[in-house]
Design a protein around this ligand. Structure first.
Ligand code: FES
Length: 263
């Protein structure tokens, strides 16, 4: 790995075209969108997506890209709604992604065409999490089927490249699920650390707590943020990680494979 892979956008674009367009990627905990009309939007690996539960509680993951001019349909991170109205020219979509209406001056020629609906993505659920994929991967991360009761999620915004966050988590006592999940135990609690690569220097960390109080883990999440931002400064200054353990070595091996295939 080179320090530029952590501090410049080229590696992120390559990762977007490879890892993030083909793997199952975690998006959120099922419990974060438990009720009818609940939604959560995020940019994962550069792809804008939104998870939404319709009135019948069916869960979908849709591309957050309006079919009129490809702008984000929502910029709200999470909430509850009846429909999604694009703020640019007013195309309005149902919770299933179907176009409901569009103002006459900008209406599509054929409003019944499937090409005017939001693109629906492959979805999988495992270990209480919602996954999506832009490709057709076969193996869903083998997460534990039955977790203790969901306690909540801490969202932490970190000014670092996603790989810095991954390497830091891999240096602790975790089970790693390529490319974005680390699971650990803390007494009776199970903590799932979900990395959300937003841009090449912005990462959101979802800390999902099951079997324990979410507030008991806020300090740890704040510490992860501090450490990762310091490590990002090191990478930007050209100082790379030393003393990698077997998980980090495997993480680098898989990245090297991806980069080689992309060159
Ligand atoms: S870009 Fe969404 S309505 Fe025009």
């Amino acid at each position: 790995m080179k320090s530029e892979d952590y501090s410049q956008g080229d590696a992120f674009q390559a990762e977007k075209r490879t890892i993030f367009s083909s793997e199952w990627l975690p998006l959120c905990a099922e419990a974060q969108i438990a009720g009818p009309g609940d939604f959560l939007s995020a940019t994962v690996g550069g792809w804008g997506v939104l998870a939404v539960r319709d009135r019948a509680k069916t869960l979908r993951v849709l591309r957050n890209a309006c079919r009129h001019q490809n702008m984000p349909v929502t910029t709200t991170p999470s909430g509850q709604c009846e429909s999604f109205r694009c703020r640019f020219h007013g195309w309005t979509y149902g919770l299933d992604g179907k176009l409901l209406s569009a103002p006459p001056p900008v209406a599509p020629a054929d409003p019944a065409s499937p090409d005017v609906n939001l693109v629906s993505l492959s979805i999988a659920q495992a270990g209480g999490l919602v996954f999506f994929s832009l490709g057709t991967p076969s193996i869903v991360p083998p997460l534990e089927a039955a977790l203790p009761a969901y306690g909540g999620t801490i969202a932490t915004e970190i000014a670092c490249n996603w790989k810095v966050c991954a390497e830091h988590l891999l240096g602790t006592d975790v089970t790693w699920h390529w490319p974005l999940l680390a699971v650990r135990r803390d007494g009776p609690a199970t903590i799932v650390e979900q990395i959300v690569p937003h841009t090449f220097l912005k990462t959101r960390l979802f800390t999902h707590v099951s079997g324990g109080e979410v507030d008991a883990h806020r300090e740890e999440a704040a510490t992860i943020k501090q450490v990762c931002e310091r490590l990002q400064g090191d990478r930007a200054a050209g100082t790379m990680m030393s003393g990698a353990n077997s998980l980090v070595t495997e993480f680098h091996r898989r990245l090297a494979e991806v980069y080689a295939g992309n060159s």
